[in-house]
Every structure is written in C-alpha cells, then in structure tokens.
Design a protein around this ligand. Structure first.
Ligand code: URA
Length: 452
C-alpha cells in the first residue's frame, strides 16, 4: 500500500505543507514533540482508513518508547474524542458519573460498582473496553451473557440511562471510534503499556459520554500495565488534569494489582463471581474495592453530603439486594436473560478442567497476576490478534489467595477450557505464577492512594 501523504492547511494563514506518515513515525521514534496538526494527520488518517495498520503500529511503538508531552496527550485525547459524537445527557436529572479501570486481572468491579451506584440514584452511562493484553474487558465479560448487546446507539444509551439509570456500551462508529480502532491495534502490537496511550484511550471515551464526574481505578502491580506506583501516580495525575480541563471532576484511586482480584479470571466465570458478589457472597478484596468505587461515584454525584455517608449507602445497596436487582434490569434491557445470574448453566460452560497443585506446603507468598492473565488468554479468554474470537467459557479459578496456608498437593487453582491445544503451556505459566514460602507474607493494602 502506498504511504499516506496529505497536504494540510495550517491555521488562518492558509499555509500548506506536505506530511508523510513515515516522517511522523521517525520523528516520534527520535523523541520529538509533534504539533497538533501532525497528531491530527495521524489520528484522523487512521480513523478514516487512510493510514495502514503497519504504519500505525509503528507510530504506537514509537510512542511507547518515546512517550508524549502533556500537551501531546491533551491534543490526542481531544482528537480521539472528536472522532465521534458526544452524548448530551443534560435532560437526565442528576450528576452523571462513570467509573473506569486502567485494566487488571480478574477486575470485574465495574459490573458491581455501577449497579450499586445506579441503585443509589446515580445516572451511569458506562462506555467500556474489551480485553486488552493479559487483562479482561468489561464488554467481553458482558457479552458472555447470551443475547447481551453492547453495541448500543447513542439514542439507546440515553434512553436506557433515563429509564433505569445505567447502560453498558462499547465504543462504536458513533462514540470515540478512533479509540476503538487504536485499542484493538495496541492489543495486537504490544503497545498497551504506555502512559500517554492509556490516558488518551480512557479519557477520550469517558469525555464522549456526557458525564459530570469520573472515578478512575488505576491499577498498580504485576497484574497491571503499570508496575510501579510512581508511574501509576503520573498516569492518574494526567487523567485528572485532562478531566479538570474539560470541567469534569475526576478522582483516581491507585489500587494494588499484585494478585488477581477475587477468584475468577475469564469472562463467564467472572459474571458468575459478580452474581455471587451482588448477592453478598463475594470475596473480601472484590467487595471492598467495589464498594469503595461505588461510594466514590455516589459522593461525586452529590447523592450524599459526605464520603462516609456514601460508603454507608453503597453498603446498604449491596446488602439489601438493590444492586443485584439493578444488574438484572440492565441485563434484561440489553437483550440478555437475567436468569443467568441464578442458573450458571445458562452461561457458556467449559468442557475440560485441569487442577494445578503445589508440590510443597507453606504460605502463598505471591501470585503473579500477569502470568495468570496470560494463561487465561492462551486458553481463549483473550485475543492474540485483532481478529481472534474470545471463548467466553474459559478461564482460571483460584482456590487460594496470597496469605493462604497450603499443604503439599493442595490445589492452587483450576484451568477451565474447551480446546486443549494450549492447556500444557497455560498450566506451566500458572505453576510459575504461585510463590510458596515458609514465611507468612506481610499484608498489602488494597487501596494505596487517592489522586484528585
Ligand atoms: N482501559 C482503556 O480504556 N484503555 C486503555 O488503554 C487501558 C485500559
């Protein structure tokens, strides 16, 4: 394919100059800051299909290594936002609030926090992503519910938020289409773990939603794209600043991702754990984080005067089952059968199971969440290429979490699969993920820091 070439008109003076994608890739590779017009050439050109995947992948890789200035991140976010429509939710009463995670393993908090917040009276228009790298995606999890539609139109999102207070949708040709295209390409080109690319991806679709406020869960650790707290803080600060410039209140929690969240990793398996959690049977870490995120949403929506009141309200909406009821309503509204939450046989189920046990006893001192996520991806829970289909039934269920005492031959986790092609490789990854020690590990904080 010929290289993309364009004559661009710059500013009011009407200067024209000649731009070639390859030159912009080279300059970004060499660490130069690109002008707004140059970033526009890249983002618009790729969104229109004029820049081929191989050049865009090279540009993303150059960005991965060279980074972007704050100005460039602001510009690229704006360009991605403007690649589609912005929802106007002004006729819906109340402050509209959303929540988004930077991506983790077993992170299903959106599916718990959003129904709880909506049940407390917060209107939530949620635009989520698909599995990325070794992490899962909210849309893929929801689509493991037979019939569940995430490709809602702008009008459908508005109508559903007005009627039941919550809609789960994905990017589309209408909403932040540039992010949809770049997200899929990053997933398949090893360019996910980049602060400017994560910040622009998240903030472009969030600003397209017509929200007033946003709660961000910035994951840090071996199961996150960002491994160090200092970098996570930088990412949080960039996103909070982008939000502030757009007149949105943004709060970011930095949270520990050094082991999977909850016990289930994999799409339908996670829906099962969401159902148990919304019925008060969830794992402690998942419950704690989901409630805190829901409380932050409730407080930002000004439903309660203090964050302490918001925490009490979130807990009440979990305990009295109204969060669960809200999730059922959303499933029904988006074409799924809410009975999947009571009868897990109605969800896709794996046909094979492999137990992984420990040869020696001791304490579980660490669980490398990235290796667990990679194992789940290998057996079909994620994608290796843009075109791959996900197998919604497969994944990993942990039997133990960090700190558990285990005997030799205790089961550590189980792999659930339908096609045994990669099971050996996945089992080897999972075996490597567990660290067993004679010493009891120190307890880690789940919520590390708040940036606002
Ligand atoms: N979530 C997103 O929407 N984009 C990213 O890049 C990472 C997490």
């Amino acid at each position: 394919m010929a290289d993309s070439v364009s004559f661009q008109q710059i500013g009011v003076l009407g200067w024209y100059f000649y731009m070639r994608t390859v030159d912009l890739i080279t300059r970004k590779r060499d660490g130069e800051e690109l002008a707004a017009e140059e970033l526009q050439f890249i983002v618009d050109g790729y969104t229109r299909g004029e820049i081929p995947d191989y050049q865009m992948s090279a540009f993303l890789m150059a960005t991965f290594f060279s980074g972007m200035s704050d100005r460039e991140v602001g510009v690229i976010t704006e360009l991605m936002l403007r690649s589609g429509e912005t929802l106007d939710l002004s006729n819906i009463k109340g402050l509209k609030v959303d929540k988004h995670s930077t991506g983790g393993v077993g992170d299903k908090t959106s599916l718990i926090a959003a129904p709880i917040a909506a049940a407390a009276g917060v209107p939530v228009p949620m635009i989520s992503g698909r599995a990325l790298g070794f992490t899962g995606g909210t849309l893929d999890k929801l689509e493991s519910i037979p019939g569940f539609r995430t490709n809602l139109t702008v009008d459908e999102i508005k109508a559903q938020v007005a009627k039941i207070g919550l809609a789960f949708a994905g990017q589309s040709a209408q909403i932040a289409p540039a992010d949809g295209l770049l997200y899929a390409l990053r997933d398949a080109s090893g360019t996910v773990e980049s602060v400017p690319l994560i910040a622009s991806s998240i903030m472009s679709k969030k600003l397209a939603e017509g929200i007033d406020a946003l709660v961000l869960d910035v994951k840090v650790g071996n199961g996150a794209f960002i491994k160090r707290q200092i970098q996570a803080r930088e990412l949080a600060q960039i996103m909070v600043t982008i939000g502030r410039r757009a007149n949105k209140k943004v709060v970011a929690l930095l949270t520990d991702m050094n082991q999977p969240l909850g016990y289930a990793i994999g799409n339908a398996l996670e829906i099962m754990e969401v159902s148990q959690t919304l019925q008060n049977g969830g794992p402690a870490d998942l419950v704690r984080l989901s409630l805190e995120l829901a409380a932050r949403m409730i407080f930002l929506a000004k439903v309660t005067p203090t964050i302490e009141d918001a925490r009490l309200l979130a807990e009440q909406k979990l305990l009295d089952g109204s969060g669960f009821k809200k999730f059922r309503e959303v499933i029904a509204a988006q074409g799924g059968n809410p009975r999947v939450l009571d009868d897990f046989q109605l969800l896709p189920n794996a046909t094979g199971m492999r137990e992984i046990s420990t040869p020696r006893g001791g304490y579980v001192a660490g669980i490398d969440a990235q290796l667990i996520g990679q194992a789940a991806t290998l057996i079909g829970a994620g994608r290796a290429t843009k075109e791959d289909a996900i197998d919604p039934a497969v994944g990993v269920i942990l039997d133990v979490k960090v700190g558990a005492k285990v005997d030799s031959n205790s089961v550590l986790c189980r792999l659930y699969y339908r096609d045994d092609a990669n099971v050996e490789e996945a089992a080897a990854l999972v075996e490597d993920a567990f660290r067993i020690s004679v010493n009891e590990p120190e307890k880690r904080e789940l919520i590390l820091e708040v940036v606002s």
